[in-house]
Design a binder for this molecule. Sequence first.
Ligand code: PHE
Length: 337
Amino acid sequence: MEEIEKAKIALRSTFDTLEDKKQVFKAPEMRALFDGMREIAPEDRAAYGKAVNDLKTEVKSWVADIEAADEVIESIDVTAPQAINAGSAPSFLPSAQGSQHPLTTEINYICDIFQRMGFVVEESREIDDDFHMFESLNFPEDHPARDDYDTFMTDEGLIAPAHTSTMQNRIIKKYTSNLDAGEPISAVVPDRVFRNEDLDATHEHTFYQIEGIYVSKAVNVGNLIATLESYMSEYFRQKLKTKLQPFYFPFTEPSFEFAIERPDVLKKDNSEEQKWLELGGCGMIHPNVMKSAGLDPEVYTGFAFGFGIERMVMMKYGIEDVRHFESANLKFLRQFR
Ligand code: PHE
């Protein structure tokens, strides 16, 4: 109906100028349409009435769209005392507004893959001692390799662990009976670690690592590579190659840094630099580490690996800055719901 089309165009321009969008229902153009009913021939009234109603429904959707766009997400001041962010009357948010942190979701998924491969999941500690952080891992006292793990310490000399390898000694001891029963020791430890870092897009003072430990008889580097390749292919959901380069860690011998073939979707171009992505360290567990956990390295061998979880999650989703994870930024977090 022509007059309704015309009225719609006029209504839209009035609507666009309105401060309070709901006033559109009282606009003269709207009134005129309803008043116009009287001039319509009785046989056309039903069609006219329907057209006017349809227009009204459409106008309602204009208002709803504007209201939705106007809903501002208040930023959260993470340094403020709790009361400010909670508002005057703290109360629980409806659960529909909550969700898991993306890192929690990913860690659960990562553990799920390792569990299917026969690994048990163990927790690390957020405060540890010199023995587990260094001594049991074959760092001699005053050895310069300790400087690579610059972290935080309490006045009592307790340490915020700089890696999840602190759990190697405990895990080997805890599961020694597996070996007696002819079963391997196989565990992963996804947990928080701490480093004294200058913060930037790829460095946080607190982040997550996942440690893997496997001990049995006649374990070799081939088993290590096969394990890493199966895991990575599963996590990134495509077949990926792994590259090991010689490296040094006091607690593994030989030691390697490992890189994966960057998944296609994450390649910026086809250059050689874009081909590989460094993910972490690994190697064959050092005989001294075995001994400090009470195992005879002549009988048992094993491998260990450790990599940064954020690094891997960032690669998977194309996240450009590691600080997003701890930012409490709802715009970032809501993308993972
Ligand atoms: N803990 C090492 C690091 O954080 C990584 C690693 C784990 C290396 C296990 C070898 C074996 O740098």
